[in-house]
Design a protein around this ligand. Sequence first.
Ligand code: PCA
Length: 125
Amino acid sequence: MKDQVFVYGTLKRGEGNHRLIAGKYTKVRPAAAQGLLFDLGAFPGAWFEGNRFLYGEVFEFEDVEIVLPSLDRLEGCPTLYRRIRVPLFDPETLEPDGTEAWAYEYHRKLDGDRLIPSGVWENSR
Ligand code: PCA
């Protein structure tokens, strides 16, 4: 089924796990979602709640079922991350873009000193 996946961490282009989706999608664009982004060391976590924004990329697939099983395995879904539907926002205007996507939410909320206030994860920080 045609669908989208929003990623904010190691699945982004140029990051360590992107190869799991590379070459399998039909379109990509920058996007934002509402939530908290936090630093877990080698990878980030997100908690999709509240009115802050976090930023990433949304990938469109003709048949999303081709990638979801391998992404679920990588993300330890449903133990470590849960796969949920999130509404997407234009990353520049922060207006709703009218679409939703699958995204991986960390199994618990972790803010405080792990919060990434910019909402942008970069492995090279
Ligand atoms: N991989 C998923 C969730 C966190 C991570 O590092 C992603 O990129 O969205």
